[in-house]
Write a protein that binds this ligand. Structure first.
Ligand code: SAH
Length: 287
């Protein structure tokens, strides 16, 4: 499906060619089509077949070459995914048919996305592949809400955690007590189903009920919604405001920065709610 497209040349050499029999395992970013990488865009224009997940937005699928085959491989989070192996083997079959295969996944393929499993199956079957990272929802989604995932006055580390495992339960291997004690800021993927349990475990391990929490639904899409709350009130507020997955949950004081950095509100002409939400009283430029 090679045809001309008007990307300027890369600094060194040409854009990579998606060869027949190859699979490119590619992140589509959190939603906004503008957050695709150039490699992703290049892949979308070349692929004969695109195998895509539930979280990939239609506006991104609109970039797929009109003659390409599209295969939906969506699984909703938390359901047992007996199908994961089928998806991986489907990629193998498509590559062996000589297709140029694009496997498109929400966010980054290696962040809670099973990209590693799919790539491993490709390796085991001798199928050549390339990995194209994407912007993960736990970073880019928060940025669209005006929340810096690290902020010098708040955190020198961040913990990314998944709220449920393959069986749909909270992962039994996770020690929420240790996470509560050792993590300055906690970013939770797939956390909505077990939010009550997670919030109570974090508070039980010493995190304050008044600790700021943000819940960002459908981040970076036109349906993005942001709930600012606290650990003690998040469960009630999620219900009250009808927050529905997919959501990124951020626990930590960096959430307060949204009072200054909600750039989408500022772009609509609103005033910042606070110029110095963390109360440092320090001009941004000073040491
Ligand atoms: N690989 C993806 C994560 C897949 S797990 C990434 O790197 O972003 C799916 C979870 O990601 C969802 O349950 C939700 O917690 C989060 N997520 C993905 N896209 C999102 C979005 N646009 N808004 C909010 N959360 C999102």
């Amino acid at each position: 499906m090679t045809e001309s497209y008007d990307l300027p040349p890369l600094a060194k050499g040409n854009w990579p060619t998606l060869e027949k029999g190859w699979v490119w395992l590619c992140g589509a970013g959190p939603g906004d089509a503008g957050l695709l990488t150039l490699h992703a865009l290049n892949a979308l224009r070349q692929a004969d077949v695109v195998v895509f997940d539930a979280l990939v937005q239609q506006s991104i699928m609109d970039w797929v070459h009109p003659d390409a085959e599209v295969i939906y491989a969506g699984k909703r989070g938390g359901k047992p995914s007996a199908k994961q192996r089928d998806i991986s083997l489907r990629l193998v079959d498509l590559a062996r048919e000589g297709k140029r295969v694009l496997r498109l996944k929400g966010g980054d393929p290696f962040v809670f996305g099973r990209g590693g499993e799919e790539a491993q199956t490709l390796v085991q079957h001798g199928v050549p592949f390339r990995i194209i990272p994407g912007i993960s929802a736990g970073i880019g989604g928060l940025a669209y809400a005006g929340i810096p995932v690290t902020h010098r006055d708040v955190n020198q580390s961040v913990t990314f955690v998944t709220g449920h495992d393959q069986s749909g339960e909270t992962p039994s291997s996770l020690d929420w007590g240790a996470i509560a004690k050792g993590s300055q800021v906690i970013v939770i993927y797939m956390g909505m189903k077990h939010i009550a349990r997670i919030a109570s475990d974090l508070m039980g391990a010493g995190r304050g009920a008044d600790e700021p929490v943000a819940v960002v639904a459908e981040a970076t899409t036109e349906n993005q919604r942001v709930l600012e709350t606290t650990l003690g009130t998040v469960v009630d507020d999620v219900a009250k405001h009808g927050m529905q997955p997919p959501c990124i949950i951020c626990v930590g004081r960096s959430v307060l920065m949204r009072q200054a950095l909600d750039w989408q509100a500022l772009a609509e002409g609103k005033e910042p709610r606070h110029l110095d939400p963390l109360g440092r009283g320090r001009p941004a430029e000073s040491a």
